[in-house]
Write a protein that binds this ligand. Structure first.
Ligand SMILES: Cc1ncc(COP(=O)(O)O)c(C=O)c1O
Length: 464
């Protein structure tokens, strides 16, 4: 679905460039003032100055107290929280009759809420792509504990879902299917059609949209996953500490929470040892909401809506094309490529997150951490490691499972590091990569500075 729209829209390159560069000057002037090249948008988005000004004004002009009481300060806060809830639904075109918004501290919090309350049982399945963030992988611990079976679907060498292994039908109710709308490792946009496909096979579907929504429109009137997780700092930088679970009412009512907390219950009787949960979102929001930060979500969404998510997606697509071409163009004098890209080599069904390693003139891989460190000295923010996505890394690096197991087992708790792992694994296999991820105000100049930096490794060999 996303791919069709991608292919259908080719906005004018010059018009987009001018408009996003002007946005950068207006709202993100600090990047150029400080000479920074920020290429870690999948790690975190950046906030526009106007968001901060709007939030500061809001705090200065209101008296805001703990929500859900009838005093004026409380009511003012409740109003802002409910406004944010409604804006989130409208931003994602989710029907308020169908979906609710549960505030969480981040996408991981949303995933955990569902994982711990999902009624897995013997015979049910937790089926997920090998390409998932650890906050999705972690749900398998809940599935294991309740006797459900976890099934990983393998990836193709291009790090897309390999269709060689079919999705197993859920023969038992209470089976969950999870996948990322966009990989935080490879940038692959997994087809949103998987939502309906898995639902038709008897699953409830959790769409991890954390890495997708910062640069793509998500329309929940077109596709209706049972659960969706997002982190707002990834979308618009500020506030941190606020995410959301968007859940279909029908689905959230099937969840069984393992505990209750202040705010989630209609009543609790200590002498009778009984309690009754509130309904829908309220049953899932433990304790006092982060209400001052939640108030900053509405201006953040307004900002993105004003810029236009279709435009952001197209601008990022165009820049990703430039980035992939430039990386491919970096070669040693003997013509061998300097950059090994993990994932698709063009922008078809892929977003602006590009994982890669540098291969020296001697054919060996430069340790990613050394390159990341050298980039930092130049004011370049890249990210190195495996990005909390071990499954994509294992496929990308062709990590031999038995070797990896031997090495993991050899590292007592407290001693693990990717560096240690690299020492243990056969020399030619990398254990991490570099990641450049593009966002709303990335520019051609950012990319040029990055490729100039990488170009310095031309004809270099990996030091002894
Ligand atoms: C695809 C994906 N899912 C989940 C997460 C977890 O997000 P958070 O750390 O905000 O909970 C991330 C974070 O990078 C991500 O990229």
């Amino acid at each position: 679905m996303a791919g069709d729209i991608d292919r259908g829209m080719r906005m004018d390159r010059e018009e987009l460039r001018e408009s996003f560069e002007s946005l950068r000057r207006r709202e993100f002037g600090r990047l150029d003032r400080l000479g920074q090249v920020y290429l870690d948008y999948t790690g975190s988005g950046l906030y526009a100055e106007s968001q901060i000004e709007a939030h500061t004004r809001l705090l200065a002009d209101h008296v805001l107290g703990n929500p859900h009481s009838v005093n004026p300060a409380s009511m003012a806060a409740t109003e802002l929280v409910e406004e944010a809830r409604a804006r989130i639904l409208s931003f994602f075109q989710a029907d308020p009759e169908e979906y609710v918004v549960v505030f969480t501290s981040n996408a991981s919090g949303a995933l955990k809420l569902v994982g711990e309350a999902f009624p897995f049982r013997k015979g049910s399945l937790f089926t997920l792509l090998q390409d998932n963030h650890n906050s999705v992988n972690g749900i398998r611990s809940y599935a294991d504990r309740r006797g459900a079976r976890t099934v990983y679907l393998p990836l193709s060498p291009e790090l897309r879902l390999s269709r060689e292994v079919p999705i197993p039908p859920a023969v038992q109710e209470a089976s969950l299917f999870a996948f990322p709308a966009q990989s935080n490792f490879s940038g692959v946009k997994h087809p949103l059609e998987l939502v309906v496909e898995a639902q038709n096979l008897g699953y409830e579907v959790f769409l991890d949209a954390a890495a997708f929504v910062p640069t793509n429109p998500l329309d929940l009137s077109e596709v209706s996953p049972d659960y969706v997780a997002v982190s707002f700092y990834k979308m618009f930088g500020f506030p941190t500490g606020v995410g959301a679970l968007l859940a279909r009412k029908e689905a959230i009512r099937r969840l069984r929470r393992p505990w209750f907390a202040g705010g989630t219950v209609e009543y609790v009787s200590v002498q009778n040892r009984i309690h009754q949960f509130r309904v829908d979102a309220e049953a899932f929001e433990d304790g006092t909401l982060n209400f001052l930060s939640i108030a900053a979500v509405t201006p953040g969404l307004e900002f993105l809506a004003e810029v236009g998510m279709d435009r952001v997606r197209e601008r990022v697509r165009q820049l990703t094309e430039v980035l992939l071409d430039s990386l491919r163009g970096l070669c040693h004098s003997d013509g061998s490529p300097l950059v090994e890209i993990y994932g698709p080599g063009d922008t078809t069904d892929r977003g602006g997150t590009v994982a890669f390693n540098l291969r020296g003139a001697d054919g060996k891989i430069f340790p990613y951490a050394n390159v990341e460190g050298a980039a930092s000295v130049e004011g370049l923010s890249l990210r190195g490691g495996c990005f909390c996505n071990p499954g994509a890394g294992e496929t990308a690096f062709d990590l031999p499972a038995t070797e990896a197991l031997r090495c993991f087992k050899a590292m007592p708790q407290g001693s693990f590091s990717l560096d240690e792992l690299a020492q243990c694994i056969p020399e030619e296999v990398p254990v991490g990569a570099l990641r450049a991820s593009l966002g709303i105000v990335s520019t051609e100049e950012d990319l040029r500075r990055m490729t100039d930096f990488l170009g310095r490794y031309r004809d270099q060999s990996v030091p002894g």
